[in-house]
Design a protein around this ligand. Structure first.
Ligand code: NAD
Ligand code: UFG
Length: 341
């Protein structure tokens, strides 16, 4: 029988692309998602793309009875854990929701895994755990910093609790994947990022301005010590992230302990460079105006991806142009995301 992989949050943006990659590689996939920030339509699209569907369980990672049942009724060998809340601003307003979903949810999941004897876990972490590093590029040896918001703190707490767990029991095999800035969509234009309401992140905002849904982009500050004064980030195509998860999974099934890998490209682009690249891909003008800096933002952030290159034989392959073209295709084909109205 094929290996069964449990994907929490598998209906979401990164989870749906990774679910597709797993199915294409021959894994059996069980998605557990409460759909609080996604639609089951993403999984129907996954089936349209590859002809295979994951088993979908509509449920919550904090529901211990449900998770015990999922492990009891299946032969799950590993868990990819994407489920969680991710909006930085919302986390400041609703911190308890963030600690409950992200931290309590991860604790409950690990308790259920331990009881079921499943010790292989890939966790979606974030470059936010580095805080504000003194130099670039950021390698995994850099100390973790002080995240500026409850979302970031919840990610760091989960990383730390997973480190403690692995120290307490040598059977655990855990990958902490620190994503830089995920963007893009599947090249088919059928699955992509479907933000709820006003987008928080740069590229979904730019893309909605280009299509005319939003009037103009606010560029948060042009007085940073960067090449053009705007913030610099390491944008990585979601398809490369999906491949990175497959590589991490293959690596950790052969060993135990905790491994940390940056998933980034190693190249930073400024907000203005991103706008220009999107204008080229979409052949539209992206109206913008420069406003005050956004509180909590850092000037620049890009990865040293060499550890993942050596240890996982994984490298991000997609160019900035591909990130932009694929985002635009998804936007044009799905002007209202997964809701067809
Ligand atoms: P997403 O919101 O699209 O996906 C998260 C999924 O988890 C959603 O489908 C949501 O419905 C589900 N979910 C949330 N709480 C749940 C719960 N308690 N039980 C079951 N399901 C639940 O977000 P994404 O961009 O795909 O991010 C996936 C993971 O990667 C998250 O953990 C996020 O923090 C992390 N991450 C994302 C980014 C980014 O910029 N997108 C960057 C770094 C890390
Ligand atoms: N930006 C704008 N206008 C916008 C949105 C963003 O100018 O409307 C700028 C930001 O100031 C920043 C860059 O675009 O310079 C990228 O901003 P995003 O919000 O897209 O991404 P961040 O780097 O701020 O945050 C991302 C994830 C977080 C994660 C963080 C650190 O969204 O979850 O990376 O890794 F915590």
């Amino acid at each position: 029988m094929a290996h069964q992989i449990l994907v929490t949050g598998g209906a979401g943006y990164i989870g749906s692309h990774t679910t597709l990659a797993l199915l294409e590689a021959g894994f059996e996939v069980i998605v557990l998602d409460n759909l609080c920030n996604s639609s089951a339509e993403s999984l129907r699209r996954v089936k349209l793309i590859c002809g295979k569907a994951p088993t979908f369980i509509h449920g919550d990672i904090r529901d211990r009875i449900l998770i015990d049942k999922v492990f009891a009724e299946n032969k799950i060998s590993a868990v990819l854990h994407f489920a969680g809340l991710k909006a930085v601003g919302e986390s400041v307003r609703e911190p308890l929701d963030y600690y409950d979903n992200n931290v309590t949810g991860s604790v409950t999941l690990c308790q259920a895994m331990s009881q079921a004897g499943v010790y292989t876990l890939v966790f979606s972490s974030s470059a936010t755990v580095y805080g504000e590093p003194l130099q670039m590029p950021i390698s995994e040896e850099f100390p973790t910093g002080v995240p500026t918001n409850p979302y970031g703190r919840s990610k760091l707490m989960v990383e730390e609790l997973l480190q403690d767990l692995a120290k307490s029991d040598p059977r655990w095999s855990i990958a902490l994947l620190r994503y830089f800035n995920p963007v893009g969509a599947h090249p088919s234009g059928m699955i992509g990022e479907d933000p709820n309401g006003l987008p928080n992140n740069l590229l979904p905002y730019v893309s909605q301005v280009a299509i005319g849904k939003l009037k103009e982009l606010s560029v948060f500050g042009d007085d940073y010590p960067t090449q053009d004064g705007t913030g610099v980030r390491d944008y990585i195509h979601v398809q490369d992230l999906a491949e990175g998860h497959m590589s991490a999974l293959r690596a950790i099934v052969q060993k135990t302990g905790v491994d940390i890998w940056n998933l980034g490209t190693g190249t930073g682009y400024s907000v203005l460079e991103m706008i220009r690249a999107f204008e080229k891909a979409s052949d539209r003008t992206v109206a913008y105006q420069v406003v005050e800096r956004r509180s909590g933002d850092i000037a620049e952030c890009w990865a040293d991806p060499s550890k993942a290159a050596h240890e996982l034989e994984w490298k991000a392959k997609n160019s900035l142009e591909a990130m932009m073209n694929d985002t635009w295709r998804w936007q044009v084909n799905n002007p209202n995301g997964y809701v067809n109205d």
